[in-house]
Design a protein around this ligand. Structure first.
Ligand SMILES: Cc1cc2nc3c(=O)[nH]c(=O)nc-3n(C[C@H](O)[C@H](O)[C@H](O)COP(=O)(O)OP(=O)(O)OC[C@H]3O[C@@H](n4cnc5c(N)ncnc54)[C@H](O)[C@@H]3O)c2cc1C
Length: 438
């Protein structure tokens, strides 16, 4: 039994970032680059979060002006020989390991500290300020103090613990669908591509070069659906396996593809820990069925094999804080601009719904964008906290646009700058005006 007030303090920082995912890593890197003493606390063994542990690849296309950290990540990937955004594809693509390595190198080079394998367990709040957080490690529970905290856990874990207002899901409390992703090797990608093209599969438009992308969504007239139906007839697949199927080649790994599926459509509430655990066991079965089906029925997969399954669930949406501003679909439609902008978004409203299928709002023309204000990162309850990443203050629909990796990197980048500027001015993050961050 722990007595929280007697727990040993193992560090004191200007900024502690909890969660070293896409947003958290960017925030930590930028704050450290600007001179803050920064620690990232991460429960897994890599920076990159969903992009690494949930195998989410590639970063979606975003044609806005990006911040310096996004460009530095891309440049460093290229310096490592990673084929990314090379004219054949517009995606910033890499293996999970390359992305994690680049983020880690950047953060350490700028003087940041990382505590891996440490789970945020509780926090101590006094006078609207988080004084310390408690983390569970293999050695036991420790406390860490900081002037500022950044919640980049994806699930708003620190914000909720500290008493920040929050919500989750759509108007009925249903969340976006979660996936358990996987990767396969030994695929004859050219044969698979030729087969898809022979069906006039218009969802496979990337016909140049080595890169190939393919998909099938049930009851939407995808040309691949009859093959999947045959898989059900033959007993390889169940009806639920047909909800959503998508895969991309992995540059620099010939014969390998990454799968943005299966959708765990049985799970409606991503905020229920038992449902999350059940989603993992369901996902394992679904991946086994999909792999068996592809090997037996899909041209090009005759000698294919499973390389790995994700070590984290791919949660698209769960909790969102209710901050000083709630970004909405109206802001998306208006292409809203704000004086305290932290990032520009141009991805469409991309909802994978278990109850309503895919909900996509009108896409922007290239060059159009909306802005996300700093006020979506701060709240009324805690003064020294920023919340970043997919759990910022938005409506359910707006979250479906801001959640892509390029946007959360830019958001993290600006949040890191805000931490450094607020530290220099000795201003609380909640009082900081949030101007000139991009
Ligand atoms: C299935 C799926 C497919 C997607 N497809 C694409 C795509 O193709 N392209 C694209 O650009 N975007 C895609 N996205 C969206 C995008 O990947 C995510 O929205 C984005 O990566 C979220 O970043 P984040 O930093 O907010 O959270 P995360 O990357 O999830 O980071 C959160 C971090 O916090 C850590 N953490 C959580 N709780 C604790 C705790 N208690 N203690 C310590 N650490 C903790 C986690 O381990 C993790 O590292 C997809 C998302 C999903 C789920």
């Amino acid at each position: 039994m722990y007595q929280w007030n007697k727990i040993k303090v193992i560090g004191n920082y200007d900024t502690v970032v909890v969660g070293g995912g896409t947003a958290g890593a960017a925030a930590g890197i930028r704050a450290a680059k600007e001179g803050n003493k920064v620690l990232i606390v991460e429960k897994s063994l890599a920076l990159g979060g969903a992009a690494v542990n949930a195998l989410v690849n590639p970063m979606m296309e975003s044609f806005v002006e990006h911040g310096e950290i996004f460009h530095e990540i891309e440049r460093r990937l290229k310096e490592k020989g990673v084929t990314t955004r090379d004219g054949i594809m517009e995606y910033v693509h890499s293996t999970a390991e390359a992305k994690a390595l680049v983020l880690e190198e950047m953060f350490l080079e700028y003087g940041g500290g990382i505590l891996y394998d440490a789970v945020l367990t509780d926090c101590q709040v006094k006078d609207q300020k988080i004084e310390k957080i408690f983390v569970t490690t293999e050695e036991g529970v420790y406390a860490i103090e900081a002037e500022q905290f950044v919640d980049a856990t994806g699930d708003a874990v620190l914000s909720r613990m500290a008493g920040v207002a929050y919500t989750a899901g759509d108007e009925n409390g249903n969340n976006q669908m979660t996936s358990l992703r996987f990767e396969m090797g030994g695929i004859d990608v050219e044969k698979y591509r030729a087969y898809c093209l022979s069906l006039n599969d218009e969802f496979s438009p990337l016909v140049k070069g080595y890169f190939f992308e393919s998909a099938m969504v049930r009851n939407k007239n995808f040309k691949l659906e009859p093959v999947f139906r045959k898989g059900v007839e033959l007993g390889y697949l169940k009806e639920e396996d047909l909800v959503y199927y998508q895969c991309f080649s992995i540059p620099d790994q010939p014969g390998c593809m990454t799968f943005n599926c299966p959708h765990i459509s049985s799970m409606k509430k991503n905020t229920d820990v038992w449902a999350r655990s059940r989603a993992v066991t369901d996902g394992h079965q679904m991946i086994f069925r999909l792999v068996s089906f592809l090997k037996a029925c899909m041209p090009g997969f005759e000698h294919a094999y499973l390389i790995r399954e994700a070590s984290a669930l791919g949660v698209r949406e769960s909790y969102r804080i209710v901050g000083k501003y709630v970004l909405s679909e109206d802001d998306y439609i208006k292409r809203a601009r704000f004086e305290d902008a932290v990032a520009k978004g141009d991805w469409y409203i991309d909802v994978h719904s278990a109850t309503k299928g895919l909900v996509h709002m009108e896409k922007y023309q290239r060059g159009e964008y909306y802005e996300i204000p700093y006020r979506c990162l701060i709240n009324e309850q805690v003064d020294n906290l920023l919340t970043i990443g997919r759990c910022i203050s938005t409506t359910f629909l707006a979250q479906a646009s801001i959640r892509i990796q390029p946007t959360v990197i830019d958001m993290g980048d600006a949040a890191g700058k805000a931490c450094a500027d607020a530290h220099t001015k000795q201003t609380a993050l909640s009082k900081f005006e949030g101007k000139n961050l991009i």
